[in-house]
Design a protein around this ligand. Structure first.
Ligand SMILES: Cc1cc2nc3c(=O)[nH]c(=O)nc-3n(C[C@H](O)[C@H](O)[C@H](O)COP(=O)(O)O)c2cc1C
Length: 390
């Protein structure tokens, strides 16, 4: 993947150093280009470029297909929430080889997020620290922009599109249910699946909604919210920093709500407040990771995110699907997440560092592991604990 890959050659060196181009600026520029491509995707020059991109990055294979959450996934590798917060490239994520993509986090009210700088690169550690604070255009405007992209309706798209919702900063925690319900009502009719984000570390009090009582009430509230369409499957995204006791309580709740048809699955995990041995690492601000606010992502959180999936699988034993995310930056890391119990995996920080070739590399890795272990499809590998065979 290294030398022949233009991304590694051109962008790789910029990402190796903390003081390369501003990471938020780089993300914004990429998203601008993607938004143009999505809007102009039927215009021949863009169409040609997207067709070539898809030809290079997509891997179609029946062994990669899976029925999960009541949906069909052409492959189990998705884009994690937070990159396309406003859904500007919703119509074209499949061209990058992803088997699904999650848009958001979207809040009921438009919001700017925290002051900049709020996204930091830790090049040597292949990690990032962010305290974006749910900067997004708000659910009402995002509905119009998704409608403007003229995509096929849920169930008829090239890949499932998830929509991740969170609480608006200005809404009190006591009014969180109403706030989530408003975004849910607006966005659920456009989503193949919905996610409630109760695990971002950058909105005060949000993580308290992971408590069994609050979460149960929130999910039941959304379950009784009237929609003009059948409700899409609902997932909850959790933090990597929960204690074993909290995780167990959450798993028990997930199982109960799953049996009642109110919850389809669990996404584990979001970014971490734990500094994973990097407490004394200085950021460009001069402050250490111990001093700076924000959630850590990328390679340093991989062991913890993997352990959380393993623990959840231990409690759930396949009865509730798990989506694994956190520090996945290689085919091996992706396979290990699947083997630990994740039916689907998502990429963010690793995708930025490794580039678009990471998706086909992971998919080819999966096919090789299935072959080496004598398994038929990716679903057969989930929770088996089977090792990565080099
Ligand atoms: C800059 C940035 C912004 C993010 N924004 C969101 C978000 O809005 N909603 C969310 O659920 N997760 C968000 N995440 C978390 C990712 O979806 C993912 O759970 C986390 O980064 C761990 O995966 P990774 O190590 O592959 O990045 C964000 C992550 C980063 C790096």
């Amino acid at each position: 993947m290294a030398d022949a890959d233009p991304y590694q050659r051109l962008i790789g060196p910029l990402l190796a150093k903390d003081d390369g181009p501003d990471p938020e600026w780089m993300s914004q520029m990429s998203l601008k280009a993607l938004a143009w491509a999505a809007r102009g995707r039927h215009w021949p020059p863009w169409r040609g470029l997207l067709t070539n991109t898809a030809a290079a990055l997509q891997r179609h294979h029946p062994q990669l297909q899976q029925s999960c959450l009541g949906l069909t996934f052409p492959n189990p590798v998705g884009l994690a929430a937070g990159f396309d917060k406003n859904g500007v490239a919703a119509a074209i994520w499949h061209c990058f080889g992803f088997g699904f993509a999650e848009l958001g986090t979207i809040t009921a009210l438009p919001q700017r997020g925290h002051p900049r700088p709020r996204l930091f690169r830790l090049g040597a550690e292949q990690a990032a620290l962010n305290r974006m604070g749910f900067n997004n255009r708000g659910s009402a405007r995002i509905v119009s922009s998704l409608t403007g992209q003229q995509m096929p309706p849920p169930g008829q798209r090239p890949v499932p599109l998830g929509i991740n919702i969170g609480k608006s900063q200005a809404t009190a925690l006591s009014a969180a249910e109403e706030d989530y319900a408003l975004s849910y009502r607006r966005l659920a009719p456009m989503a193949d699946y919905m996610v409630i984000n109760v695990s971002s570390p950058n909105t005060t009090g949000l993580r308290d909604l992971q408590g069994v009582e609050a979460l149960s009430q929130l999910i039941r509230r959304l379950g009784t919210t009237p929609l003009p369409t059948l409700p899409p499957p609902l997932l909850v995204k959790i933090a990597p920093d929960l204690t074993d006791t909290q995780l167990r309580a959450l798993a028990e709740l997930a199982l109960e709500l799953h049996q009642q048809g109110l919850l389809a699955g669990v996404i584990a995990t979001n970014t971490s407040l734990n500094r994973h041995g990097l407490e004394n690492r200085r950021l460009l601000t001069g402050g250490t990771l111990a001093e700076e606010a924000g959630g850590l992502s990328g390679a340093p959180i991989r062991p913890r995110a993997l352990a959380v999936v393993g623990q959840l699988w231990g409690y759930l034993q396949g009865r509730v699907p798990i989506v694994g995310v956190g520090g996945i930056d290689s085919p091996q890391a992706a396979w290990e997440r699947l083997a630990a119990g994740a039916s689907l995996v998502q990429l963010y920080t690793g995708w930025i560092y490794r580039g678009p070739q990471l998706v086909p590399a992971v998919l080819e890795g999966f096919l090789k592991q299935l072959d080496a272990h004598g398994l038929n499809t990716v679903a057969d590998g989930v929770g088996t604990g089977l090792p990565w065979l080099p």
